[in-house]
Design a protein around this ligand. Structure first.
Ligand code: 13P
Length: 251
């Protein structure tokens, strides 16, 4: 049985005051015990969030890491081992905003994934198609290629210690959500692709859906057989809304 995971990606949002308020809201939430919950704040607030959420059952992750696992001369980057050092347990890898707006290549995504695991962090590998690719009928091909980049380079076994997040680019921050059936089709294809190499790894890996998840649509999405929780952007900036999404993943 896969334990659902609800992850809040704060993206480049927040200020000292705003983060303090959000932490306070998160500490007051009644979170379901059968759901794993994590938040992904901007780097500069990570240590503070780890410190303040240390006593509640909320994990903390980073939104990215450097291609090299260890500290060194790489100006402006943060090493996975530094993230581990400040108390992170997870890291997003290959978010579409980084792939599309910052030109992050498949090769870099593989190196970041490997760097995360080298430092005992759980990578959350983000995959997803653009609207143009979906309309051209290329969704499964694009997502399959993004997944294969990691499987071919590092082997399927690395997914025994990783999470996959399917985030259709056209649904991110747009208010458009993939229907539960649209999302399920892609989630099932991701699991089948992994099952081709290892049935055991495929049945254990958690595959999250991301893209305009909110309290109003979460239960329906999380009710699908291959959707094991969510990667939530905008709605994770409101503690009450985020709490309701976490509860929708429960039982
Ligand atoms: P929204 O929930 O704001 O659409 O963002 C989704 C996302 O990109 C999470 O990583």
């Amino acid at each position: 049985m896969r334990r659902p995971l609800v992850a809040g990606n704060w993206k480049m949002h927040g200020s000292r005051a705003g983060v303090a308020e959000l932490i306070m809201g998160l500490r007051e939430l009644a979170l379901p015990a059968d759901v794993e919950v994590a938040v992904f704040p901007p780097y500069v607030y990570l240590a503070k969030v780890v410190e303040e959420l240390g006593r509640v059952a909320v994990g903390v992750g980073a939104q990215d890491c450097a291609i090299e696992p260890q500290q060194g001369a790489l100006t402006g980057e943060i090493a996975a081992c530094q993230l581990q050092d400040v108390g992170c347990s997870m890291v997003l890898v290959g978010h579409s905003e980084r792939r599309l707006l910052l030109g992050e290549s498949d090769d870099w995504v593989v190196r970041k994934f490997a760097a995360a695991q080298a430092c005992s962090l759980t990578p959350v590998l983000c995959v997803g198609e653009t609207l143009e690719q979906r309309e051209a009928g290329k969704t499964l091909e694009v997502v399959g290629r993004q997944l294969a980049g990691v499987v071919d380079a590092l082997g399927v076994e690395v997914f025994a210690r990783a999470v996959v997040a399917y985030e259709p680019v056209w649904a991110i921050g747009t208010g458009l959500t993939a229907s539960p059936e649209q999302a399920q089709e892609v989630h099932a294809a991701i699991r089948a692709q992994l099952a081709d190499k290892s049935a055991e790894v495929a049945s254990g890996v958690r595959i999250l859906y991301g893209g305009s998840v909110k309290a109003a649509n979460a239960a329906e999405l999380f009710g699908m057989p291959d959707i094991d929780g969510g990667l939530v952007g905008g709605a994770s900036l409101n503690a009450d809304e985020f709490g309701a999404i976490c509860r929708a993943a429960g039982n």
